[in-house]
Each structure stands twice: as C-alpha cells, then as structure tokens.
Design a protein around this ligand. Structure first.
Ligand code: MTE
Ligand code: CO
Length: 390
C-alpha cells in the first residue's frame, strides 16, 4: 500500500522562505551537509604537523578530478606563505645565461593544460607488512589528480640555454625545508611543467603557491612546491631526499635508488571501510580509481572472492596519460560476505601485483612504492574491513 510522504505532501522550509542572496559567500563553499568531506591525518604517524601528511577523502569523491580543497598535503617544513610579487625563480649552473624570473615573466611563456595524478612515494607505506588502516582515505589517500596550467619546463630551461654537458637538473623549494631533488635532463625536457594554476585557479598555498614543478608519473617528492631554483649540472646532487630518504631497502641489504616512476595501482573507493553499504542487498555500485606513472590505464578487473575470479570493470570518463582513471562495476549484492579487490593493467602492459608478490620481490623493509592489490572484506551487515588474503 502507498503511504503519503510528508517530504512531498507538506510544505518544506526551503520552499516556504526565500534563501540567502548572491554573494552570501563570495568564494563558494560546499553544502553544510557535506562538512565531513575533509582531508584527515593520522596523529600518531608524525611527531608534529609541520613535517607531516594528511589524506584525500577518496571515498567521498567521484570522477577523476580532485577538488582543490581536498588535495592531500605533504609538507617537510610547513606551508610557505609567499607573496607572489616577492617570488623569484632562478635558473643557473651549466647554462649559457643564468636567469631570474618573476611571476609575471612566467605567465608570458606559452601555456599548456594537463591533467596528472600526483602520488606520494609513501602512499600505502603503512600497509607493507599487513593490513593496518581502516579506510581508503588512509591506505591510498596520498594521491590527487588535478588539471595544471603552466609552461613546459623545457621552455624555461631553453630560455637560459642548457649546455651540452648539462645532464641533470636540481629543483629546490623556497619553503623552510628547502626540498631538493635531482631530475634527469631527459625527463625535465620531456613532459615536466612549471605550473601556477590547478583546476583553473591559482595553486593553493598547500600545493606550492605561487609556483610548483609538475613531474608527471614520478614520485610526489620530486614535484617541488614553492619552486625557487633550478640548477643544471652534469651529475645528480645526492641530496638527503635521494640518499637517506626515498630509496627502497631490499631484503639483501641493497637499496634501490632513483625509483622515480609510480607503478600501476588501483583501489576500490566505494564500498570501503569509511563508506559501508547502507542500502542492503540488491543493486550496488562498486567504484574506484586506477593510475599508472607509465601511461594510461588500459583495463581494471574486479574480484568479489579475494582474487580467485575476475571480471572486467567499466572505465568511465577521460583517459589521460599519467592521470587517474575512474572505474565502475555494477552488480547485484546477495548480502553475502565478499572479498573485494581491484587489479589495474596499464598501457605498457604492467599488471598490479598482489601484496605477497610485491613482498617476495622487494622484502619487507620498504615503505615506498607499495602498489599491491588492496582487499576489503564486505560483511553481511554492509560494513567493511581492511584485510589481506593469503
Ligand atoms: N616541495 C617542497 N618545497 N617542500 C615539501 O615538503 N613535499 C613533497 C612534494 N614537494 C614537498 C615538496 C612531497 S613528499 C610530496 S608527496 C608532494 O610535494 C605533495 O604535494 P601536495 O602537498 O600538493 O599533495
Ligand atoms: Co611525498
């Protein structure tokens, strides 16, 4: 029998009264009902907030673009606050003519718009030895994907004239950590950007306002924020961030170094521990993100039984080089316990490995470059848990 729904039959306040006018919020904010959609940190991870990280709420998002206010932050020395008129970018070293640019100079270079994911090398690092954090925000949230506007790094380097012996580039940030990384010249001249806009508006302070380096597909720490210096040289500089940090200690005691590219990876964002199924059995939308530093995603498979059987998921939305891809698997949930997994394949043919395969190849000392397959246990009450299958 039909019962009447007061949400339809009774006049609601938002229908009875006028709403606020234009300019109530000169810079628009999300609905008050979305106030839980925020970045979150894990307090015990770091000693304080200035050298720390928070995480993108992947389970609350859809499509492939991360809204600016939800991009995870990773700072080694807090957020530098730089008045744009005081910012300088210096290019020197093995160049024909050392140059200093102000922001206005940067904006007179020819511009390009490109969508790229940025993933911290430490994303999923806490999950190397076993399932640890309950939610894709924490296990996989050190990734974001935005459209950058900027100029190819090669334009800036060519303006100074790179000498033939100049095979390496040092990029340095203007923040208190003076983050520095060596980048091979081949990559610098290929697809790197010097960017000042994200998703159409100025970079956020957290993301390196007024200027940052974009190093497509490569580990996040090379994307120097608050970019102030580019030095051309004939060898890598062996900075702290490429010797003691951002190397991967293998089981035999040898450390992998210069592991730049972020390998093919995916995660189911819904349902997931922070986003349980509340509608009961029946029609269910499973969705997630996949990305690879080697190119595009050519395919994503989904398993409902912990990796025994696989079905191909549907990729929807644009497929950009070195950008996030959105996948869906629409199915009828019978209410039984399931072990949900996703496995991505990239355009170079690389297949996302199981966590056991990864540990067999790299040992268990590593923090960085964990692209292993994630498993969520879906329980019959619709709740989920981070688990591992053997
Ligand atoms: N650049 C500077 N100058 N200082 C920093 O602390 N952190 C790096 C990189 N660039 C960092 C930096 C690290 S480790 C990562 S993962 C990315 O910036 C994070 O970028 P985001 O804060 O925009 O997410
Ligand atoms: Co990082």
């Amino acid at each position: 029998a039909q019962t009447s729904d007061p949400k339809i039959t009774e006049l609601q306040d938002w229908n009875r009264y006028l709403g606020v006018g234009v300019d109530a919020a000169p810079y628009g904010m999300p609905s008050q009902f979305e106030k839980d959609v925020v970045r979150r940190n894990v307090p015990w991870l770091t000693a304080d907030a200035t050298s720390s990280v928070n995480f993108t709420p992947l389970h609350e998002l859809d499509g492939i673009i991360t809204p600016n206010g939800l991009c995870f932050e990773r700072h080694h020395g807090g957020v530098a606050e730089i008045p744009p008129q005081d910012h300088r970018l210096m290019v020197h070293g093995m160049v024909d003519e050392p140059l200093v640019f102000i922001m206005e100079d940067m904006k007179r270079f020819p511009r390009e718009n490109r969508v790229y994911f940025l993933e911290c090398a430490a994303n999923s690092g806490m999950e190397w030895r076993g399932a640890q954090l309950n939610g894709c925000q924490y296990t996989h949230g050190m990734v974001h994907c935005v459209m950058y506007t900027g100029t190819p790094l090669r334009n800036v380097l060519n303006a100074a004239g790179v000498k033939t012996a100049g095979k390496w580039l040092l990029a340095e940030g203007a923040d208190a950590s003076a983050m520095t990384r060596s980048i091979p010249m081949e990559k610098a001249l290929d697809d790197c950007l010097v960017a000042w806009k994200m998703n159409g508006e100025a970079l956020r302070p957290e993301q390196g306002y007024p200027l940052r380096l974009v190093v497509p597909g490569w580990e996040g720490n090379m994307w120097i924020k608050w970019l102030r210096r580019l030095e051309v040289g004939d060898a890598p500089w062996e900075q702290r961030e490429e010797t003691s940090k951002y190397t991967d200690l293998l089981a035999n005691g040898v450390a992998r170094k210069f592991t730049w590219a972020m390998d093919v990876k995916s995660v189911i964002t819904n349902p997931s521990p922070q986003a349980p199924i509340t509608h009961g059995k029946g029609r269910t939308v499973l969705t997630g993100l996949a990305w690879s530093g080697n190119g595009t995603i050519s395919r994503v498979d989904v398993s409902l039984d912990g990796g025994r059987n696989w079905v191909e998921a549907r990729i929807d939305g644009p497929s950009f080089d070195k950008a996030a891809h959105r996948f869906y698997y629409d199915f009828d949930w019978d209410g039984s316990e399931l072990l949900l997994q996703s496995r991505a394949v990239d355009s170079e043919g690389f297949v996302q490995p199981t966590k056991n395969d990864l540990r067999a190849a790299r040992g268990e000392n590593s923090i960085y470059h964990n692209n292993g397959i994630q498993t969520w246990l879906l329980k019959s009450d619709g709740g989920l848990e981070n688990v591992e299958v053997s």
